[in-house]
Design a protein around this ligand. Structure first.
Ligand code: URA
Length: 197
């Protein structure tokens, strides 16, 4: 079924269509003790090719925004709801999301971040367990039981949304600003690198 070694899923064949479409399993990236955990939907073409989340166009938008807020990609953890690229980049099905849920729960439990940031509708609805109007709710924080504890979940638009709509850029900017504040950017007790700007 599935094998997990710490934070890494090394073998999994639970979703037949994804086993067919993927080149590899794309695990989360970043420090195992990061203060901030970003959760996207699933690997796209570039992520599937490189084996790392958010390394394509959406990834550079995220990286740029993190830098603007005094954060660096290397200091945050980035993962996805599903670890295998869906065919044609379709949304993962409910069943696929459920198949991968345990891996995400384990990752959240082990990383134990101060804030979980959901990038877009699919991760927001998956982790909050309800319908989410992401554009309206972006920047809001809700408590949810994840990885065995009650945690702060910050809703955020998907980075790619900023490409089509200027107002989404402002929404994205404000949400990442909130995330930086929640993880203690510039404050004490956070990761040392977070206050270096
Ligand atoms: N979009 C996502 O949701 N995840 C990625 O890893 C890349 C793009």
């Amino acid at each position: 079924m599935g094998d997990m070694d710490g934070l890494e899923v090394t073998e999994c064949a639970r979703c037949p269509e994804l086993v067919e479409s993927r080149s590899r399993i794309v695990n989360g990236t970043g420090p195992a003790d990061a203060d901030m955990l970003f959760v996207g939907e699933g690997p796209g073409e570039q992520e599937d090719a490189e084996g790392e989340p958010f390394v394509g166009r959406s990834g550079s938008i995220l990286d740029d925004k993190l830098r603007e807020k005094g954060l660096v990609r290397a200091d945050v953890r980035i993962t996805n709801c599903v670890r295998c690229r869906p065919p044609g980049n379709r949304d993962p099905t409910g069943e696929e999301l459920e198949h991968c849920r345990g891996y995400l729960e384990t990752e959240i439990e082990l990383v134990d971040p101060d804030v979980v940031v959901t990038l877009g509708k699919v991760p927001s609805e998956h982790l909050l367990g309800r319908d989410v109007a992401v554009t309206n709710e972006a920047g809001s924080v809700e408590r949810a039981t994840l990885g065995g504890s009650e945690r702060d979940v910050l809703v955020c638009v998907h980075p790619a949304a900023t490409l089509y709509d200027r107002s989404q850029e402002e929404t994205f900017d404000a949400a990442i600003e909130t995330a930086a504040t929640m993880a203690g950017e510039g404050g004490s007790g956070g990761q040392s690198q977070l206050g270096d700007f």
